[in-house]
Structures are given as C-alpha cells and as structure tokens.
Design a protein around this ligand. Structure first.
Ligand SMILES: [Zn+2]
Length: 361
C-alpha cells in the first residue's frame, strides 16, 4: 500500500496541515448536532463540543498504568481464556505492542512529549481509560496533560475483576455507585471507562456494570467498555447497562476489532440498538483483519456508530496516521473518515452535566 504523507492524513481528519490553527473548518453538509448545554469534560476545562472540531479525538488510550500491568493482564487473560477452553490466538487479545524506546509512563516529560507529538499529527483530544486498581497515577496524568497542553479526558470506574481494588468485592451495588460518582467529581471525569469483563462476565463484574449504569444516570457521563473474545460479552454488557436505565446511544462497546466475524452480527446488533462500536486497538501491523469490518459497517450505513482509537501506551496518533490511511485505501471517503474520527467521538463524549464540575473537591 502506498504510504500517505502526514499532510494526507491530516487532510483526512479535516485538518489543514498548512494552517491548522488559523483556517476555519470547511462547512460540511452533515455537521454534528449536540444537545443544548452539552460539554466535553477534560481534566482542566469543559469544552463546547465545537471547540474540539479541529482534529481527531481518541476515545480509548492509556497514559498511566502500573509497571506490572502487562504481566498482570497476560496472566488474567490466559487464566480466563483457559477456563473458557479458548487457545489464545496468535494475533493476541491485548493492546498492540508499543514501539521500542524508554517507557513514557515512567517519565512525565516523555509523556508530555508523546501528547504534543499526537497533537502535531492531528489529534485534538485523548481519553485516558486507565483506572484505579490498574496502577493509574492521576497526578502523573494531570502533570503530563498540563505540560503538553493537549485536552485530556479522564475515564472513571473499575476495570475488570482481576484489577478491582480489594474493597470493591465487599461493596454493595449502591456503595460502588457512590464510589464511581465520587471519582467522577474528583478527577473530574469526562466518561466512565474502560469498564470491562472477559467473555464470561463474573457476578462481581455484573454488579460493577449495574453500578456504572446508575452512576451514569446520576452524572450523565458516557460509558465505554472492554470486552473479551469471542465476543458474547459485547451484547451482554449493553444489556446490563440498558437494564440499568442507560440509553444505548451513550455507550461504546470496546475491542470489537477482536471479533473478526464477516457477518458482523454483533457489530450490527450494537449499531441497531444505537450504541457505538469501538475499533480501539488500531494503528499497527494487526490492522489487516479489522479494515474489512470497518468498511462493511460503513457500507451497511453504520458509519455514525464507529469509533476508532489505539488502546495505546505511547505513539498515540497511530489510529490516525496508520489505520485511517488503510481505510482510505480500502475505499472509505474523506468525509466519512472525518465523521468517524472527528465527529463521532465528540457526539459520544458530549453530555449535559447533571452535577456541577468538581462538586466534591
Ligand atoms: Zn484499554
């Protein structure tokens, strides 16, 4: 495949490489419509959704995880898959491998530089999906965000059972709900996520999902998830959230690039119910099986339900600089790619707050 220049990639997400800061956005026929008083809540500021139209928003990335996260994730994943009788596929079910070099998660200067690099490559905003219990360091994220100047949205919540803080196991559903609302106020958070399970959702994970549903009703924050393979949990997660009263249009079901099924049964079912489908581990050599899934969903009329991100620990612009050109080469047009990378994440993340910003601070 022909390499696209950075300028091509920027133009694809609707950013002029020549005059990113000064040129007004071209008027387009289908500019997204946001609810009145809707905001996108970053760590330091609530933005009007229109203010973040100058580039892509990546809805699922990681700026801070514990040094032991990778080992813990692999161990938990192997154990769950073995219990399901599934052999781990060669393509893996983990985030794409990071490029070589020192780990920016251990050096705030490096992390700030990663964020500035992403901004330079057309990224307007990043959502951090790292949670308490997985070694997330809020101060580190705040410092990196402040140093870089890139708007960062913090996710709140509890990740998956192997990563819950110990106390969660003894908490009632309403106590978990209260803890989630407290996190949302204190960070302050702009979303709940990544809220996860493997494919067999445990009883405790169900309790957390129900609590997330209730915390959503109290805050109006959008919710994004982590699923396992083969993918049964995707619809089940949406069921649990919807049963708790969540409008599916406020939910993104994640990691569905792992569900390589040419019938797209689960992907389409999620779109038909109004939710977003997350292709959120993109921008690496593992993209090949995911490209036809995204193209088929676009052709089926579900472009407005597609979200793209990297689930990355560094080099955050890759979904835009690496994956988007692959979609273009496979036939996706620029206007559709702009909708997917710039408009959809803002539609997903924009919400009308039910609580004042930082009310418990
Ligand atoms: Zn993730």
């Amino acid at each position: 495949m022909a390499m696209l220049t950075r300028r091509d990639a920027l133009q694809m997400v609707g950013v002029s490489a020549v005059a990113m800061a000064v040129a007004p956005m071209p008027t387009r026929a289908q500019a997204p419509v946001f609810p009145e008083r809707a905001v996108i809540r970053t760590l330091f500021k609530d933005y009007a959704p229109e203010e973040l139209a100058g580039g892509a928003t990546l809805f699922h990335e990681h700026l801070s995880l514990g040094e032991d996260f990778g080992a813990r994730f692999r161990a938990a994943s192997q154990a769950v898959l073995a219990a399901q009788g599934i052999t781990v596929p060669a393509t893996g079910t983990a985030p794409p491998p990071a490029p070589p070099g020192p780990d920016p998660m251990r050096n705030v200067e490096l992390m700030a530089q990663e964020l500035r690099d992403a901004q330079h490559d057309g990224v307007a905003c990043i959502v951090d999906a790292s949670l308490e219990g997985a070694g997330m360091d809020l101060k580190f994220i705040r410092d990196a965000a402040r140093m870089s100047g890139l708007p960062i949205i913090k996710g709140a919540g509890f990740y998956t059972q192997p990563f819950y803080p110990k106390a969660v196991a003894t908490m009632s559903e309403s106590q978990i709900t209260e803890a989630l609302i407290r996190q949302a106020d204190e960070y302050p958070a702009g979303a709940f996520g990544e809220i996860g399970s493997w494919d067999d959702i445990t009883a405790l994970e169900r309790r957390v999902f129900r609590a997330v549903g209730k915390a959503h009703l109290a805050t109006n924050l959008p919710v994004f998830t982590h699923t396992g393979i083969p993918g049964k949990s995707a619809l089940e997660q949406l069921d649990i959230l919807e049963d708790a009263g969540v409008d599916p249009r406020r939910v993104a079901i994640g990691h569905l690039g792992n569900l390589v099924d040419s019938t797209l049964y689960v992907h389409k079912a999620i779109c038909r119910r109004g939710a977003y489908v997350g292709f959120d581990r993109q921008g690496s050599a593992r993209d090949a099986p995911v490209v036809p899934l995204v193209i088929a969903l676009i052709e089926a009329g579900f472009a407005d339900h597609i979200l793209i991100s990297g689930d990355a620990f560094r080099a955050y612009a890759r979904p835009i600089t690496v994956f988007v050109p692959k979609l273009k080469a496979a036939g996706a047009d620029d206007a559709t790619l702009h909708r997917i990378t710039v408009d959809n994440p803002r539609r997903f993340l924009a919400f009308v707050p039910k609580r004042p910003r930082g009310s418990s601070a």
